[in-house]
Ligand binder design. Sequence first.
Ligand code: PLP
Length: 462
Amino acid sequence: MSTEYSKNQIEALQEKAKRHLWLHFTRMSSYAAADMPVIVRGEGNYVYDQHGKRYLDGLAGLFVSQIGHGRTEVAEAGARQASELAYFPLWSYAHPQAIELAERLATKAPGDLNRVFFTSSGSEAVESAWKLAKQYFKAIGQPGRYKVLSRSIAYHGTSLGALAITGLPGIKEPFEPLPAGGIRVPNTNFYRAPEFVADDEAAFGLWAADEIERAILREGEDSVAAVFLEPVQNSGGCFPPPPGYFERVREICDRYGVLLVSDEVICAFGRLGYYFGSERYGYQPDIITFAKGVTSGYAPLGGMLVADHLMEPFSTGHATFLHGVTFAGHPVSCAVAMANLDVFEKEDLLGNVRANEAAFRATLEKLYDLPIVGNIRGDGYFYGIEMVKNKETRETFDDDESERLLRGFLSTALFDAGLVCRADDRGDPVIQLSPPLTCGQDQFNEMEQILRSVLTEAWARI
Ligand SMILES: Cc1ncc(COP(=O)(O)O)c(C=O)c1O
């Protein structure tokens, strides 16, 4: 299939895009003089722009395309469903696709997370989990519990409730005041650990977990409803949990009757070599939020998996969870999710991640010989590379340098060199990689080579 557009088509698209399209989290002024990147097609681990140029999709779109691009069997499952029943709501009715998918997800989920509440996105999933926690505690006679704890720098979505849980002041400030009750605890970046635990990762993990207990006591133990944590924290650059962290967090949650919500919008569906990140790290959440990889992006879908005891107050009498959205559990999305999971099973994608993650890590770690590479961290197919000004002291870049490095150079240079990834400075400056789960050594090498040449040039420009 040709992906090349004619010169006229390209110009027409650019003109319409510049006049009418508003990109998310994007400085639109950057495209006043320059062309917007336009991706027109995907195949396997690669995507193609309108000129026919190929890019390795090192971010799976946006942590989404687990099975890679161009899977006709998944697309066809969606098309078949649209012909049979394109839409019906989950308000008062069910449809077979939501039923089958709910059962399949519950079977895969850890412990007694047997109930699935669908949404259409990750933010809605997070928002739904907070609303459920609030209504649940009111229903069981603990109406004072409404606060939620989450880690600083952690991203949990952009709708107002989810944004109140997000720990990035820069993207919250324009929308203040946000719903009350979002409380921050320290994140788990061991590379930047406080000095008194900097030599001992296990001690660091316990300290960070105990900070959750201190926050609960500070806020009032009867006022805290839930703790929201990702298995590997994405924002800030892929912080895997320190040893013992989740075990201690679970103990603390149990001690104070606080719910543990595992926000797995990125970490579920194979990103860490398991269907759920909590499974990889061996902890039992009360709620798992998911989205993205559940359909590998062939249609939008999100949701939460909920423990039996949280459903109990809603399973008798007049009790109703007073929440819903029109497109949640869309039949086409559910059919696509089932076909996506079929691919996971047929091709043993979890096995592929587990078999190759050490090679992925080892290939990226070759970059440690570059002076700008301070720390490489992550698990599974999910890595962050933190860039530093001084490897010995771990000195980071100031705001101006970061701006010049990331926005002025790296983002464009990596893309121009044929790699889709993310250069981010919402914490310290990092490059993030989260490729399709179908990648292997050839793609790891390609990522390493592109990063090597672009990071070498970046260092020369500092
Ligand atoms: C951990 C986490 N939670 C929630 C969200 C929000 O998901 P969405 O963009 O689908 O609303 C994201 C998005 O990246 C995320 O990474």
